[in-house]
Ligand binder design. Structure first.
Ligand code: ADP
Ligand code: TRP
Length: 321
């Protein structure tokens, strides 16, 4: 079974990205053959600054490695290092109906958010389909917001197979659990677009400051409280084991301590939780050549598979003979 997913290099990852996505990708490397790539061609639809593009792309790879992606288990590469995908994308575009893309909500959403409605943003799901189909991917782990794109990919693959014979493997989405649950500093879903994030790799001092400013309700914490629906408790629970979680839950139910104490506990737990990754990240940052080598080796493995699949598609539609 091959698992594949793409991670957009859109800046510094936050706690929500880690628990909702990155951690789960990393766990999958132990179960199946995993391919993960930094989706820089997708990011080109929104990032127009050359230096930012390079910086974000390398940073995304470093972040994944620091957080535990093991290049000996998973194949890690940069999307644009596999040109076969862009070629396959054109073959797919040639047969994709406008109506299918017009039904995608992500284009409309991005346009409404003020992103410039370029053609690449409209055809974005076809590039994503090429990403998936190029590696005969069986399973695509994604957040809830991406499930429509996997359906589009299946539609495109089915239409091609129907026209030309069984060329593509039909992938299945694996919706990541809790991919919308990590609360931000205002208690709403943590998201870059809401400005309520705490980043994984910001300095512990900055992260602590943000923790201390997390919004709370006006009820005195000293009163006994049910922990389960409280966003401070939810955040704390992410970073600790069952024993500490239960201890915090009893403190909530007994009452008698302040919100400030919980916020401090969150800051302490988060700092300890990410300390090894922070250390590993600093090492990788000082060794950019090591990162480039990992990405080059990943691209080589990815290309071997993609050129085989592209060849199949080219032959099937009569452009390679
Ligand atoms: P943002 O909302 O900050 O722009 P993205 O849309 O880039 O985040 O998220 C990338 C992935 O990270 C999503 O597909 C989702 O699975 C996960 N994710 C993002 N925010 C959260 C959150 N608050 N809780 C859980 N998972 C999240
Ligand atoms: N569109 C995905 C996102 O915004 C990133 C992505 C690009 C992707 N290509 C992919 C995800 C292929 C899964 C498979 O998060």
């Amino acid at each position: 079974m091959r698992v594949l997913s793409g991670i957009q290099p859109t800046g510094r990852p936050h706690w929500g990205n880690y628990f909702g996505a990155i951690r789960q990708y990393i766990q999958l490397q132990n179960e199946d053959q995993a391919f993960y790539f930094v989706a820089n061609l997708h990011a080109l639809t929104t990032i127009r600054d050359r230096n930012l593009m390079t910086e974000y792309t390398l940073n995304a790879a470093i972040d994944l490695l620091a957080l535990g992606l093991d290049p000996n288990r998973a194949v890690l590469f940069v999307q644009s290092d596999v040109p076969e995908v862009s070629e396959l994308c054109w073959i797919l575009l040639a047969g994709t109906s406008m109506g299918l893309l017009e039904r995608c909500v992500s284009f409309k959403e991005k346009k409404d958010r003020g992103l410039s409605p370029v053609a690449g943003l409209f055809t974005y799901p076809v590039l994503q389909a090429a990403d998936i189909l190029a590696y005969d991917s069986d399973v695509v782990p994604v957040g809830q917001d991406q499930t429509q794109h996997i359906e589009v990919c299946r539609d495109i693959a089915q239409a091609f197979n129907h026209q030309y014979g069984e060329v593509f493997v039909l992938p299945k989405a694996k919706v990541l659990s809790d991919s919308a649950k990590v609360p931000g500093t205002d208690g709403e879903k943590m998201s870059k677009s809401y400005g309520n994030t705490i980043e994984i790799f910001e300095s512990p001092k900055e992260a602590r400051k943000k923790c201390m400013r997390i919004a709370t309700d006006s009820r005195p914490m000293e009163a006994p409280k049910e922990p389960d629906n409280d966003h401070l408790y939810q955040l704390y629970s992410l970073f600790v084991d069952e024993k500490n979680r239960a201890a915090m839950a009893s403190l909530y139910r007994a009452g008698g301590f302040g919100y400030g104490d919980v916020k401090k506990a969150i800051a302490d737990a988060a700092e300890a939780f990410f300390a090894p990754a922070r250390e590993r990240r600093a090492e990788l940052e000082n060794n950019p050549d090591e990162v480039r080598e990992i990405l080059a080796a990943g691209a080589q493995r990815a290309r071997a598979k993609a050129s085989e699949v592209l060849g199949r598609a080219q032959e099937a539609c009569g452009i390679k003979f």
